[in-house]
Design a protein around this ligand. Structure first.
Ligand code: ADP
Ligand code: MG
Length: 386
């Protein structure tokens, strides 16, 4: 459905649920990360693009300091909460994401009031495409405008991250929210997660005769959450042992001697993070020289590093990468935290369908559910759409 049609429908749906006309609709996108995985909690570099897929929050302020939250992807009920009773641990399930944004804004001293929200989204959830950040950022953008807070994109992203970290209880880095809040159409977001310095790097796939395929494997292995915390702790421990503020401060040239000073189980983690930061800067350099096709081998090397060193890939993402590359993709890698989720593949336009077909066929032969394959077009970050 076109965005305009979705917005009209959202206003009608809002009225059906909340019994009044909304003040407006705000949209924030999901994202895919081109390269730079598990670097954001190591103060490193990332390079995401926003997807055309968005979460829309249609909203209206309320005078009584209540929150009435409804999602078309939720539990079919309105969640009714007292704004002043919000605290970490109080709200369970999906409603914690938008409620957490109200809480984080109030905590930061911003004058937020009650509101009615109607949420709808075409960002696949749990596919590594950041539906959580899309929901948080669309909510934050709505409140920013409804209450005239005047917050910038990066400020909204930090509020959204705080909501997810402290209110929902997911210890994610800042990439997803920065991508959803700050990306611009036709570009990738080169972000230094330490300084939040950002550069919008032109990423014109069409001019290069290329496409970026997203292959959603539709699997999410359960070990994900505990494993993420353990990997993060391992990285932090390694930095501490090396006497560095973060692994970001270890240069590739100093990698080998540093590895020699670490216990065996931390070495491969460090090697991934340090080489991955290098792959991000190399990717940006190639993009800035218009060498878009030359990104392929970097993506595939990134996957090998996530598979062999960081060990966050799984049979399905490995198979998608292998099948895509065997069918002529210039490069491919898992994207997102891992243990399932999605793969990105850079392909020549003419190879897009054969590559997609080869992946589907490989999944069929392996007895996996068919993946969902779509083309990623670098799109716009959070914004008011009505
Ligand atoms: P990802 O961000 O990769 O999609 P997460 O596990 O971080 O995966 O976030 C998914 C969760 O976010 C869902 O389980 C749900 O609780 C919440 N969520 C995301 N989008 C929506 C939506 N449109 N409506 C309700 N909840 C949503
Ligand atoms: Mg998420």
């Amino acid at each position: 459905m076109e965005l305009n049609a979705m917005i009209d429908e959202a206003a009608t749906d809002f009225e059906a649920v909340h019994g009044a006309r909304p003040s407006g609709t705000w949209a924030a996108p999901g994202r895919v990360n081109l390269i730079g995985e598990h670097t954001d909690y190591n103060d490193g570099f990332v390079l995401p693009i926003a997807l055309p897929h968005t979460t829309r929050v249609t909203a209206r302020g309320r005078a009584d300091r209540r929150l009435r939250l409804y999602s078309a992807q939720g539990d079919g009920r309105v969640t009714d909460l007292a704004l002043d009773g919000l605290a970490p641990g109080v709200v369970a399930g999906w409603a914690a994401y938008p409620a957490g944004v109200f809480w984080a804004l109030a905590e930061a001293g911003h004058p937020v009031g009650g509101a009615d929200l109607f949420i709808d989204s075409d960002v696949p959830t749990g596919a590594g495409l950041s539906s959580s950040a899309a929901l948080e950022c669309a909510t934050a953008a709505a409140l920013n405008d409804l209450h005239g807070l005047g917050l910038t994109g990066p400020q909204l992203a930090l509020v959204a991250q705080r909501a997810e970290n402290a209110f929902v209880g997911v210890p994610c880095g800042v990439m997803d929210q920065m991508a959803s809040a700050c990306c611009t159409a036709g570009t990738a977001l080169f972000l230094d997660t330490r300084t939040l310095e950002q550069r919008h790097v032109p990423f014109d796939l069409e001019a290069a005769g290329l496409r970026l395929l997203v292959i959603d494997t539709r699997v999410k292995h359960d070990l994900g959450d505990g494993a993420y915390a353990a990997l993060r702790a391992g990285c932090e421990r390694a930095a501490e042992l090396l006497g560095l503020p973060a692994l970001r401060d270890l240069a590739v040239a100093d990698l080998d001697p540093a590895l020699g000073r670490l216990p065996g189980e931390l070495r491969s983690l460090v090697r991934h993070v340090v080489t991955e930061n290098e792959r991000v800067t190399e990717t940006v350099e190639r993009l800035e020289h218009g060498a878009t096709a030359a990104l392929g081998p970097i993506l595939t090397a990134g996957h090998a590093s996530l598979r062999d060193d960081f060990r966050v890939s799984c049979a399905e993402t490995d198979l998608a990468v292998e099948a895509a590359v065997a069918a002529g993709a210039l490069g491919a890698r898992m994207t997102g935290g891992g243990f399932g989720g999605s793969v990105v593949a850079l392909v020549a336009e003419a190879d897009a369908e054969p590559v997609a077909e080869a992946v589907r066929s490989a999944f069929g032969s392996a007895g996996h559910r068919p993946p969902v394959v779509f083309t990623a077009v670098p799109s716009t970050g959070a914004r008011r759409v009505a």
